[in-house]
Write a protein that binds this ligand. Structure first.
Ligand code: TPP
Ligand code: MG
Length: 369
């Protein structure tokens, strides 16, 4: 990898230039099919987030967090690793599941927590997980997914498997003890893991400059003794190259890598947050100019892979796909009450049998909305 700075943890690794061209020194020269896929997947996440936030406002779902402005990381990271690798996401990487082939209906069912939800509505809404795509649920307890990622990767190493783990954390999450524990263990035991910090500049209302006194987040890699790289997180090709290289290092026995993806949370922290109370609109506008989808579209147009009518067609197809999936998922009601008592004991003990009988004899609950 060609880097502009002597210390890659202090620079900003980019592929896409402002004029829409790609730097030939860092360009991964991906096939047109992969480039189109990257664009489509980013746009799908953007449109899905808009729809689901509206559904939350309409009272149809309890909670939703958008990743608007940060779509490059989930898409490029998902494409840069292998399907047998394990994903331990933070708040904003759930959609990696979709890129890795998890069905949209089943994904949305976890937002609603309804009868189609494989988790039977037991998780906090929108804490998606998919066993078939090896993605664990993101954890509400910030950074707690990182020791899990490192532990899983340690097991992979002991087994001599070709799998690796990738774990994510926010800039705010780096202030948690679990972040430091995970980084230290990963480096000392040289486990096959990639740890990505999505520095989106805010941890709810706390700006990222209140999380660390280090020059960057990436520079922390040095302290633990692992390679680190500061990446333009709004440059989908740069993210792809960075994650790919880190994953290859992990897979070939080279140990962990720490990546800082510099990006920005354009939307609210979640459906429960109002960012106008703590940050200036001008700052958000400045980052809108660096929108990862718009930047990539500039590149695709220049490369002759996208035009106006093609863009409109893709958006229309995605809107149809999303609307149809929402309609199908909303046709399901809540999970059956009896499912409350399932999955804990192989043989149900007497007191739960008693409760199951009482439940069966009680009248059905009133509708919630
Ligand atoms: C251990 C812990 N402390 C506090 C919270 C409350 N909380 C939820 S999200 C959040 C901020 C997360 O910021 P960051 O890690 O930067 O991720 P981002 O939301 O920006 O993607 C906080 C403080 C929590 N979930 N877990
Ligand atoms: Mg953050």
């Amino acid at each position: 990898m060609q880097l502009g700075d002597d210390d890659p943890t202090l620079g900003l690794f980019r592929v896409l230039r402002d004029d829409g061209s790609a730097d030939p020194a860092t360009d991964p020269f991906l096939p047109a099919e992969t480039l189109r896929r990257m664009h489509r997947e980013m746009l799908r996440i953007r449109l899905l987030d808009e729809r689901m936030l509206a559904r939350q406002r309409q009272g149809k779902v309890g909670f939703y967090g958008t990743v608007t402005g940060q779509e490059a990381t989930p898409v490029a990271a998902a494409l840069a690793i292998e399907l047998h690798d394990w994903v331990f996401p933070a708040l904003r990487e759930s959609a990696m599941m979709l890129v890795r082939g998890f069905p949209l209906d089943r994904y949305l069912a976890q937002v609603y927590g309804n009868a189609l939800d494989v988790l039977k509505g037991r998780m906090q809404p929108s804490h998606m997980a998919g066993r078939q795509v090896r993605q664990v649920s993101w954890s509400s307890c910030m950074a707690s997914q990182l020791p899990q990622a490192v532990g899983a990767a340690y097991a992979m190493k002991l087994r001599g498997s070709r799998e690796i783990a990738i774990g994510f954390v926010g800039d705010g999450g780096t202030s948690e003890p679990d972040f430091h524990v995970a980084m230290n263990f990963a480096a000392v035991w040289r486990v096959p893991v990639v740890i990505v910090c999505q520095n989106n500049h805010w941890a709810i209302s706390v700006p990222s400059n209140r999380q660390t006194a280090s020059a960057t987040f990436a520079v922390k890699a040095h302290g633990y003794g692992m390679p680190g790289l500061r990446v333009d997180g709004n440059d989908v090709l740069a993210v792809y190259v960075a994650v790919r290289e880190a994953a290859e290092r992990a897979r070939s026995g080279g140990g962990p890598t720490f990546l800082e993806h510099v990006t920005y949370r354009i939307g609210a922290h979640s459906s429960s947050d109002d960012p106008t109370r703590y940050r200036a609109e001008a700052e958000v506008d400045a980052w809108r100019q660096r929108d990862p989808i718009v930047r990539f579209e500039r590149y695709l147009r220049r490369a002759g892979l996208l035009d106006e009518s093609g863009r409109a067609r893709i958006e229309a197809e995605l809107q149809d796909e999303i609307a149809a999936a929402i309609a199908r998922v909303e046709a399901y009601g809540p999970p059956p009450r009896e499912s409350l008592l399932e999955d804990v004991y192989a043989t149900r003990p007497w007191h739960l049998e008693e409760q199951a009988r009482a439940l069966a004899a009680s009248p059905p609950p009133r509708a919630m909305h």
